[in-house]
Design a protein around this ligand. Sequence first.
Ligand code: CS2
Length: 494
Amino acid sequence: MNLPIKKLGQHNLAEIINNQDIQTPSYDRVNTQIGIVHLGPGAFHRAHQAVYTENAMNLSGGNWGICGVSLRSVTARNILAEQDYLYTLAILDEEVNYQVIGAIKEVLFASEQSAEVITRMSAASTKLVTLTITEKGYCLAFNGSLDLDNDDIKHDLANPTNPISAIGFIVESLKQRKINGVDAFNLISCDNISKNGEKLRRVVLDYAKQFDVSLQSWIDQNVAFPNTMVDSITPKTEHYTIHSVSKVIGLQDNWPIQRERFTQWVIDNNWQGERPDWQSVGVIFTDDVDGFEKAKLRLLNCLHSTLAYSGLLAGFETVFDVTSDKGFNYFISKLASDEIINSFAPPKELDAKVYGNEIIQRFLNPSIRHLLAQIACDGSQKIQMRVLPIIEDNLALGLPTKLLSLSLACWFEFICNALKEGKEIIDPMANDFANMPKLLSNDICEVVETFLSINTIFSHALRNNILLKVQLVNSQTALRLGEINKINDIVEKL
Ligand code: CS2
């Protein structure tokens, strides 16, 4: 049984691992202070932002230790606390590399430690608060404002000093900083949301306004909310990951992270404030985040969701499996070339067609076992960021939408099948779908109308667009009648 990666001084760690191919923290980890609080320290944070911060400290030092705040699950805190918050990053590509990450110095579980969370977020030493809380964590109403009917928001408005939402923790700690004369921290959203910083700013200000307009104004004047784009394919950790990584490093790591080699972080550069030396380790600071963000959300994430729902309908399990199928590869390649790459203005340094082809090659990484079921979660939120904006833009520009409609119809059919088969639907709207009996209808026009009637997902314009309706009905009919495994035949007949 391997020694646990536990409370070891870093020199012990490097000596014990004794393998120059495995990088370990080279900064003075023991004496590095916490300068960042991250809300939602899940797999993606630990594979992406924490690694950039680790590399920045290895290169340039600085008190940029991370305090992770788990809002939903106590697992992260319990497992990582047992190993001094150290974990291994496994980069799986043509060659495999391992790096022990020490950037996370503490993890708190918000439900049990809310006072400690606010103390940490209110401390002058905390310069940045970063977030990966998924689309639903922003508690967005359909018009982009704060959803005041959201259960977590209602709780926090009634219990502001003992919040449960990310927004509640952010505003309460900013209030404490204002009262104590401590400068505000800056907020960096790292979620797959278009204009993520602007959306975060809107809900934070809306929430603060419910209490105190002077606090709202202080936040508006003192907190930066840069937009960002984040990218690295990061499958969830599985048992085989724990076993294989622990065997390689010779220590028991109960929560390593696996990721592809490709990684990208693009941050709006129009803000002041302290930050780790991210720029020196590859983070792109630019004034055109919008171009990078659209390229990534509309190509990688739209193709991901398309493969998730169509691939699961066809019985595939992973991104590699379904992308290796010629018919499905043809479908997403045609979707990208015919209906996505002309729907947005890419940044000047990026060729959209080349970028799209490179993404499909990334999906064909045989070392990455990325479960379609993981991508299929939260579809009601994700399609609003990665599919519907393309349909809206293409309809407005007179560009084709039939393959986008097929992608959307695959999600419809995925939900309908799950309801019929009594399978769990992992989605904030799961209960809503279960209370829509017309989704079980054999009349596909009725099914499409029922989905389009959901006004927290579909705009009035989309709901009443005849062309889209016809394309959705044709697509879902083809899915029900045709052989989904011959998706290229369906694509050609549409
Ligand atoms: C995926 C993303 O689960 C999903 O929705 O599409 O997590 C995707 O792996 C990342 O955005 C890649 O950067």
